[in-house]
Write a protein that binds this ligand. Structure first.
Ligand SMILES: *Cc1c(COP(=O)(O)O)cnc(C)c1O
Length: 227
């Protein structure tokens, strides 16, 4: 299957899930996760009308943004270390997985004139091995993030525990949506919900995702990571 054909299929699924959930047609943005994929694959997707691209590795984002000058929109979706913020700030429009204040402050410091959008990464399944703030601490941290210069908090992000059936991720997506709703009721700007990947984005859309991060279903299996 070509990337354009894959994109058509993913868009159709996305539209169907959005309509089935009774949500507006433009409620969900598709982020094509292009990590480890070659520049040519990104250009192919862009030629097929894809605008938002997600990268996981800081130097890879820097290199790709230097090479690709099309007006695409870059998302950083991986775990970001503070010493690598310099590769990401000013290049990514939205950093999806920010889970502590020092990281948010560093992004703010390096953002230049235009603030960088950030999402608070939540460890929604409370898994000991995973990063992300625990749900019980999320809204206090979100509130603190709204006061950091140079970043604009826009919402929450999660990667739910690995489950076999996509439908089994539903309670986690619902929990993240509920957390964001409680935050909004308290005046926090938690409008974006980044949740859902290739195998479960339709379920995430049912539960309020506004950004879905889809890699394999668009680009096929990822090549092994060099270096
Ligand atoms: C790699 C990755 C994705 C995309 O995963 P696929 O299963 O290929 O769709 C989404 N989100 C994050 C955080 C990732 O690291």
């Amino acid at each position: 299957m070509s990337i354009a054909a894959n994109l058509d299929r993913v868009r159709a699924t996305l539209r169907g899930a959005t309509a089935a959930a009774g949500r507006p047609a433009d409620a969900v943005r598709l982020v094509a996760v292009s990590k480890i994929q070659p520049v040519a694959a990104i250009l192919e997707a862009a030629a097929a009308g894809q605008v938002d691209f997600g990268e996981n590795y800081a130097q890879e984002l820097r290199d790709k943004t230097a090479e690709i000058t099309l007006p695409v929109c870059w998302h950083f979706i991986g775990a970001l270390q503070r010493n690598k913020v310099k590769y990401v700030a000013g290049r990514a429009t939205l950093v999806h997985d920010v889970d502590n204040l020092p990281l948010a402050e560093e992004i703010g410091k390096r953002s230049g004139e235009r603030p960088t959008g950030i999402l608070l990464g939540v460890n929604i399944g409370e898994e000991p091995q995973k990063s992300g703030v625990l749900p019980k601490d999320a809204l206090a941290l979100a509130e603190a993030m709204t006061r950091i210069p140079g970043v604009t908090l826009q919402g929450l992000m999660c990667i739910p525990p690995a489950v076999d059936e996509p439908s089994a991720a539903a309670p986690y997506f619902a929990a993240l949506a509920d957390l964001a709703a409680r935050g909004r009721a308290a005046g926090l700007p938690l409008h974006e919900l980044s949740m859902g990947m290739s195998h479960d984005y339709a379920v995430a859309i049912q539960h309020g995702a506004t950004l879905v991060r889809v890699g394999t279903a668009i680009f096929g299996a990822r090549p092994p990571r060099a270096g």
